[in-house]
Design a protein around this ligand. Structure first.
Ligand code: NAD
Ligand code: MG
Length: 385
């Protein structure tokens, strides 16, 4: 089996390589990519005997290039080189770059793989029509790897989609799960980065705390499964054991649970059709007896209210909210704005008069998304710096 991993040095990339490490037989990694972390990328290249690496950060590229000088490893600094790397289609690609930077590489690699698993939710939100077009054109299978969306996808397999009434997406409440509203602004960055259930990259950990992550997942679910917003319900479930609930119009309900590890959706995205066994734990009765479902407190998580400001159909307006959030989370992590400012400034951006026209426009190509992303960052830089 031949595979490639975009964003291999992050949390999803690490989980995937951990799975490969446990199931090394006949898996040939053709390409690994990263942005900055040349040390980890080099370590993985040696460990898994990978001959092609892409690293985009110019300084990291220089270092990695000199480190690999006498080794038979090709190092590139952009995604224009894919046709040099892939002589025929590989079996599987994982798209796990963080943020909107993942969209172009994802679009470019679809034609080189039989199956693509996409964790990079920002791509699915902003460029879904473009991704779908490539999937159809190159006959590439798609599997969503966000845990909720993988669960929905799994639950919908072999079931009558037209009977589906609504979907419940669970949200843990992130690192502020137990923090009273008035104390949120006193939390330190390290507190906000400490998620009670998942160990994930910094951006998505902050998105979980603001609940932007769940807003994104609603949009992601609408795009992938073609379900209207009114039929997607978010429910707080602090232990992240149940990932999605599917309610059908014949009265039946499917509750999809798995241990709180991304290795399960990732493992299934690779081996799901191969009848391979994942060594999971017994059902956890303690958690099952304390599911503790609650409505979302909109005062604590105001970002969830932004959904009503968004157009119900897929459009370039979805890019605005992703771009604004990408930029603002970085500003927050760099201590330029406060945690509560993230929501306030997203609200400012989505109300800008000049951006309203994007509510009715769909991206015709990736450049329209990239240019809009740049414009949103420009507007926010004016406002924040
Ligand atoms: P992370 O920050 O841990 O890793 C990001 C990876 O992307 C790294 O390999 C990094 O080198 C690479 N990268 C960053 N910027 C890049 C750029 N400009 N160009 C090329 N590569 C770049 O992130 P993560 O937590 O692994 O999340 C990855 C994606 O998966 C995100 O979109 C996230 O929302 C989604 N996701 C993650 C989880 C999780 O458990 N971590 C769960 C569901 C969905
Ligand atoms: Mg998720």
């Amino acid at each position: 089996m031949k595979i490639a991993v975009l964003g291999s040095t992050g949390s999803i990339g690490n989980s995937l390589l951990n799975i490969i490490n446990k199931n090394p037989k006949k898996i040939n990694i053709i390409l690994l990519t990263a942005n900055k972390n040349h040390k980890k990328l080099f370590k993985y290249a040696k460990k898994f005997n990978v001959k092609n690496l892409i690293i985009t950060n110019p300084q990291s590229y220089k270092i990695l290039k000199s480190k690999t000088k006498n080794l038979k490893i090709n190092v590139f600094n952009n995604y224009e080189c894919l046709n040099k790397i892939f002589k025929s289609k590989v079996d599987y690609v994982m798209s796990s770059i963080v943020g909107l930077s993942g969209l172009e590489p994802t679009l470019k690699i679809i034609k080189f793989t039989k199956k693509i698993a996409i964790a990079n939710k920002e791509s699915i939100i902003c460029g879904w029509n473009l991704i779908k077009k490539e999937l159809i054109k190159y006959n590439t299978e798609f599997i969503p790897v966000d845990s909720e969306h993988f669960s929905i996808w799994y639950g919908l397999k072999n079931s009558e989609k037209n009977k589906l009434e609504c979907i419940y997406l669970t949200a843990s409440g992130g690192s502020i799960q137990k923090t009273p509203i008035e104390k949120i602004n006193k939390l330190k960055i390290k507190d906000l980065l400490s998620h009670p259930n998942w160990s994930m990259g910094q951006k998505i950990t902050i998105d979980s705390a603001t609940m932007m992550n769940k807003l994104f997942e609603i949009i992601e679910a609408r795009n992938i499964f073609n379900i209207e917003y009114k039929n997607i319900i978010v429910v707080i479930h602090p232990s992240s054991y149940i990932h999605a609930i599917l309610k059908y119009n014949d009265g039946m309900i499917k509750i999809i649970a798995h241990d709180t590890t991304m290795e399960i959706p990732i493992f299934n995205s690779i081996f799901g059709d191969k009848n391979k066994k994942f060594n999971s734990k017994k059902i956890n009765y303690k958690i099952m007896n304390n599911l503790n479902f609650k409505k979302v407190d909109k005062k604590k998580y105001p970002a969830i209210k932004l959904l009503k400001n968004l157009p119900t159909k897929f459009s370039l307006f979805d890019t605005i909210i992703v771009s604004a959030n990408d930029f603002l989370v970085e500003m927050f992590l760099n201590k330029i704005i406060s945690f509560n400012d993230i929501y306030k400034k997203i609200k400012y951006v989505i109300n800008l008069e000049e951006l309203q026209k994007f509510r009715n426009l769909k991206p015709k190509n990736v450049n329209e998304i990239i240019n809009l992303n740049r414009y949103v960052h420009f507007k926010l830089r004016e406002k924040c710096v």
